[in-house]
Design a binder for this molecule. Structure first.
Ligand SMILES: [Zn+2]
Ligand SMILES: [Zn+2]
Length: 378
């Protein structure tokens, strides 16, 4: 296996750069999915395209009947400008691969190449899922609804996400691994007027400020948080506006806390509006569920990783971070393992995000060993 990976290492880096330079937003990953489908077809892998619009699914069947492992890579980029100056920086204004999904795709294509060459040596099958729109509306659930977990039925799932761990390390954890990343928009409707006569108005900005302060100070017994990320309202120094808009995110690691946060946000917004005679309209979007890793899958992944990077390079995460990922939908259905791959040089979602490309080969090798171990287990 090492030999194959050494041979394809540079090719995978080139693929990553190509995708990086041509980023596409969620459900618009047309060229990325065409590149993926083309690559898989050349490997004689059975390919299904246009799954949930732009998703691609490859199926590698081994030499006999056995279990099926699903491996997911998300494909979408973010709506932001890139500030890197390397030659493969984004060629599109306002779109950038700042979350490493280009790396995820390159790794899964590497896995495809290695495992397709080894298919006579294992039983069962490996399903390669290239998923659209992780960052926005979510492509995992529509792919599941279009049957990616059937034919053959999936027994387990795995995925990487690049992370700010040192190059050559991975972060693992069983149990809670990602949060529910729900979004909300609170519109406060007051009564506008002249800045000189606040007594005749209901200032929605004041109410928005009160709501924001209370939401930012929510304290919980269990992991969860509320962050206000945008307040919009007003057009001038002497005009009280009619409305103000508060936008933010609520995150939790379990369904009860998630529901509790929703209730608190609705209550606080209504209470503060009522105090000053305003009204609120709350648009609350429950996005992805909290992600839970399976203990046995994580242990198996750790075994595979030890073989490649050694025990000293495996980070046992004490607690999950509060990012969300719709891989959680796969994890709701089958035992799963979501792993952080070290090598990100800058924080995710920043305009100078970059990744140590040597980790692509490491990621491929660990995932391939893991897949083979998974298919061996009964
Ligand atoms: Zn992201
Ligand atoms: Zn991401």
């Amino acid at each position: 296996m090492k030999k194959i990976i050494l041979e394809i290492k540079d090719e995978l880096i080139q693929i990553r750069r190509k995708i990086h330079s041509n980023p596409e937003l969620g459900f618009e990953e047309y060229e990325t999915s065409a590149l993926i489908a083309d690559y898989l077809k050349k490997l004689d892998i059975q390919v299904r395209t246009n799954v949930a619009k732009t998703g691609v699914v490859g199926l590698i069947s081994g030499s006999g009947k056995g279990k099926t492992l699903l491996i997911r890579a998300d494909m979408d980029a973010l709506p932001m400008d890139e500030e890197n100056s390397f030659e493969y920086a984004s060629g599109k204004k306002g779109i950038m691969h700042a979350c490493g999904h280009d790396v995820h795709v390159a790794i899964l294509l590497g896995v495809a190449k290695v495992l397709s060459q080894l298919k006579d040596s294992f039983c069962g099958s490996v399903k390669l899922v290239f998923q659209p729109a992780e960052e926005a509306m979510g492509g995992a659930l529509p792919m599941i609804e279009e049957g990616v977990m059937e034919n053959p039925t999936v027994d387990g799932a795995a995925a990487y996400h690049v992370w700010n761990y040192p190059s050559g390390t991975i972060g693992i954890k069983s149990g809670s691994i990602t949060a529910s990343p729900d979004h909300f928009n609170i519109t406060v409707a007051g009564k506008g007027g002249h800045g000189a006569t606040p007594e005749k108005c209901i200032n929605p900005l004041e109410i928005a400020a009160r709501i924001t302060t209370r939401l930012n100070n929510i304290k919980l017994q269990t992991p969860g948080l509320v962050t206000i990320c945008s307040i919009i309202g007003g057009t001038g120094e002497n005009i009280i506006p009619d409305t103000a808009l508060i936008r933010g995110t609520a995150r939790a690691l379990d369904p009860d806390t998630r529901q509790k946060l929703y209730n608190m946000i609705v209550d606080i917004a209504n209470e503060e509006a009522k105090k000053l005679g305003a009204a609120v309209d709350i648009d609350y979007r429950f996005l992805y569920p909290p992600g839970i890793n399976d203990e046995k899958m994580v242990a198996l992944f750790e075994k595979a990783a030890k073989q490649v990077i050694g025990a000293e390079n495996i980070i046992h995460m004490e607690k999950p971070d509060m990012t969300g990922d719709d891989f959680a939908y796969f994890a709701q259905r089958v035992p799963s393992c979501y792993v952080k791959l070290g090598g990100a040089k800058e924080p995710l979602h920043t305009s100078n995000f970059d990744f140590d490309e040597d980790c692509i080969a490491t990621g491929v090798e660990i995932m391939c060993y893991f897949a083979l171990k998974f298919l061996e287990t009964r």
